[in-house]
Ligand binder design. Structure first.
Ligand code: BG6
Length: 471
């Protein structure tokens, strides 16, 4: 008999602190890399959205109303992140900021009031600028100390109510697209630096896991990478080989180390072939070997397609979801079988199932979707409606895969698309909307920030109330 979606399946949605909260300097909050660089470096990249994160969706002041709307949709879970600089304004403060802790206590209590499971991301792209000034993730000693102190406060203050923790959002996208997502002038081109950051982040995650086991033995923890299964453009063996390498470099190395405690030989070869000198101690490797994640949270927007590198092909260069190239290893290709969103991201629901299967085969761990969704320029009509049938269609096609994914034997325990409510995109402003709830503002004009239920709001409400039967 076909397996069905279980009754405890975590239907919900996601946000991240800096993209939704606003209150950028409220109650003692310090500046993060996002506050410090918004509208600066990013403007040079020539993307059309230049909104900063000062007000965002003003969730900091609207959280009660927002949680009530989530409850009205029937959410069983809500994935959000903690703004590091609300807790430690410079990242290195002796004591945590009580008012920052208060905010998340109130938010968590509000969620629990409605039986919504809080799924907490410890760190989502908003490193304290104070730490960044001293080298950030590249300053190993400093960052390990600061990140573990941050975790310690979170586990101590919220561990009585939070059962699910994610260590770092999209570590892989930070490494590969740091220049876009973290607003730093770094990218894969600075190999040694970026892979040192990769390793430092792995050690930090291992320390967080170790700490959680000690402080909250019943809680669960996992990473939250962005996973896109990589297809070969053709069945030519060199294209298939290129896809295998791309899968490893884009996806697996970010989970292998936390699930198996090892770095793949192909990665080690890639580092040495390119002269990347990554400082890794035996102590680091012993620590990494000693911890194990409980689940894999992952963000899925699309698949990626690659072919073997050639010198005469035009390289596809885009944002975090449009693919990337590695010299002599693989280069991105367009998948002619897929349609694209208005922002150029390929839409691939079957790829969603394929990605889940690949994760099961490689790790055999429970998985949860912490992002999936469609960015679009929604229109608020004069009678207060938002007819986002394109978003409903995107989500429907992906949700339709869930019973098959579960029937494939994958332990998929929740679906939390991006985003619960409209928020500011990483690099394309507030007009690239993802939410079920519309927030009345545009790039420059904050208007009244009033909340409106989109058509997708009512649709998702029905999906949840029928446990995915009525889509
Ligand atoms: C993911 C991030 O990469 O995709 C989110 O975790 C982000 O923070 C989401 O907002 C959608 O990307 P974008 O660039 O359209 O905001």
């Amino acid at each position: 008999m076909k397996k069905k979606i279980g009754k405890n399946f975590l239907w919900g949605a996601s946000t991240s602190a800096y993209q939704v909260e606003g209150g950028w300097n409220a109650d003692g909050k310090g500046p993060s890399v996002q506050d410090a660089n918004a509208g600066g470096f990013i403007a040079e990249l020539n993307f059309d959205g230049i909104t900063d994160f000062k007000v965002a969706a003003d969730h900091y002041h609207h959280y009660k109303e927002d949680v009530a709307l989530m409850a009205e949709m029937g959410f069983k879970s809500y994935r959000f992140s903690i703004n590091w600089t609300r807790i430690f304004p410079t990242g290195m403060d002796k004591k945590p900021n009580e008012k920052g802790i208060d905010f998340y206590n109130k938010l968590i209590d509000e969620l629990i009031k409605y039986n919504i499971e809080p799924l907490v991301t410890i760190h989502h792209f908003d490193l304290p600028q104070g730490l960044e000034d001293l080298g950030g993730w590249n300053n190993k000693e400093l960052i390990l100390d600061s990140y573990t102190k941050f975790c310690e406060v979170l586990f101590k203050e919220f561990g009585d109510r939070v059962k699910y923790w994610q260590t770092i959002n999209e570590q892989n996208m930070v490494i590969l697209f740091g220049h876009i997502l973290k607003r730093q002038k770094t990218g894969v081109d600075e190999g040694t630096k970026m892979y040192q950051i990769f390793h430092n982040m792995n050690v930090a995650q291992a320390l967080a896991i170790q700490l959680l086991r000690k402080m909250c033995p019943n809680a669960k923890i996992g990473p939250a990478p962005n996973i896109s299964y990589v297809y070969p453009k053709t069945s030519k063996p060199n294209d298939v080989l290129a896809a295998d390498t791309a899968n490893l470099i884009r996806n697996w190395i970010y989970i292998d180390i936390l699930a198996k405690g090892t770095y793949d030989q192909i990665l080690l070869n890639f580092w040495s072939d390119n002269g990347y000198d990554i400082k890794i101690t035996q102590e680091d490797m012993d620590l990494l070997k000693s911890v194990k994640i409980d689940f894999i949270a992952f963000n899925y927007y699309s698949t990626m397609t690659v072919e073997a590198p050639t010198s005469d092909k035009e390289y596809i260069v885009g944002d975090q979801q449009m693919g990337f190239n590695l010299e002599n290893m693989f280069q991105s290709a367009t998948n002619e079988h897929l349609e694209k969103t208005e922002y150029g991201w390929e839409i691939d629901p079957i790829g969603f199932r394929m990605t889940c299967r690949a994760l099961k085969t490689r790790y055999d761990l429970p998985i949860i979707i912490t992002e999936n969704g469609l960015g679009a320029k929604d229109v608020l009509t004069s009678d207060g409606k938002i007819h986002d049938d394109y978003r409903i269609e995107y989500l429907r096609q992906h949700i339709k895969q869930i019973p098959d994914i579960i029937n494939d034997g994958v332990d998929l325990f929740g679906y939390n698309p991006w985003s619960a409510i409209d928020l500011v995109s990483t690099h394309q402003g507030i007009s690239k909307r993802y939410g079920f709830i519309y927030v009345n503002r545009d790039e420059k004009d904050l208007k009244d920030l009033k909340r409106y239920r989109k058509d997708s709001f009512y649709w998702y409400q029905k999906v949840i109330s029928t446990n995915g039967e009525n889509i």
